[in-house]
Design a protein. Structure first.
Length: 153
């Protein structure tokens, strides 16, 4: 892609098993509305989604760092059976389980339009398959420390 292609139109190539990629022609966030411009849209009576407030530079940098961290955590922990992160919700005081792909999509959407849309909760998640951000940070730090101490083979 050319460096002048707007970020929302860039193609994201997700790695898959054979080393290739799958093109995602949609910008981060939700897929196109199948009822767009339809006068009988069943959601027409619902309130529209408030537009997000664009992130300031420091917020953008923080989200980009979270995306980079997420890639490291997934690469280290996914092979060990960890499916994603668990986050304690301040609103309902319950744990919410997020798979790696959902977290990545949420962060990309936050960068794109300043919002994170509601999503369906994980169906019958196994809590032992999810860890916290703090666990991920500690695990990654431990692996990095160990790698620095081990002699090269």
């Amino acid at each position: 892609m050319s460096p002048v292609t707007p970020p929302a139109l860039r193609v994201y190539r997700a790695p898959i098993g054979y080393g290739g990629g799958v093109a995602n022609q949609y910008p981060p966030g939700l897929p196109p509305d199948p009822f767009a411009d339809d006068p009988s849209d069943p959601a027409a009576a619902l309130d529209s989604v408030d537009p997000g407030i664009p992130l300031d530079l420091s917020e953008r940098i923080a989200v980009e760092e979270d995306l980079a961290d997420l890639a490291v955590y997934e690469s280290l922990l996914s092979p060990r059976g960890v499916r994603g992160l668990v986050v304690m919700c301040d609103d309902c005081n319950e744990d919410h389980y997020h798979d790696w792909d959902m977290l990545r999509a949420n962060l990309q959407q936050l960068l794109a339009d300043g919002t994170v849309r509601p999503h369906e909760p994980a169906v019958d998640p196994r809590p032992e398959d999810y860890v916290t951000w703090d666990y991920c940070r500690g695990y990654a730090d431990g692996r990095a420390h160990r790698a620095r101490r081990e002699p090269r083979r």
